[in-house]
Design a protein around this ligand. Structure first.
Ligand SMILES: [Zn+2]
Ligand SMILES: [Zn+2]
Length: 108
């Protein structure tokens, strides 16, 4: 009786963006503290001049340009999609809806 199921609740903590409380989309990690956020969430957050540090722990090495501390985290994003398989499908679905709503097609 080996227990191979992963405790999703335990993992969620690492795969959920603290800014939007959703699963990470286009995960970006702050290189100083390794806290991760969706790209859009953290970029919007840093757009506010008052926000120059990590939303969780307040650390950052580039107070003038906090975005420089961000690293796109492909491995983390891969894990998120792997552990929450529907997320990838939902996200692609949303994107397709977005494109069709805006009359954009991938065909040129
Ligand atoms: Zn987010
Ligand atoms: Zn942090």
């Amino acid at each position: 009786m080996s227990k191979q199921t992963i405790n999703i609740n335990l993992l969620n903590e690492h795969f959920v963006c603290k800014l939007c409380n959703g699963y990470l989309i286009d995960a970006c990690t702050i290189s100083e503290c390794l806290h991760s956020f969706c790209r859009t969430c953290i970029v919007n957050y840093f757009k506010d001049d008052e926000n120059k540090t990590c939303p969780i722990c307040n650390c950052i090495s580039h107070p003038a340009k906090p975005l420089l501390s961000l690293k796109k985290d492909r491995n983390l994003q891969y894990l998120v999609y792997k552990i929450i398989p529907n997320l990838f499908k939902n996200e692609m679905f949303k994107r397709r809806q977005f494109y069709s709503q805006n009359n954009l097609t991938t065909t040129t």
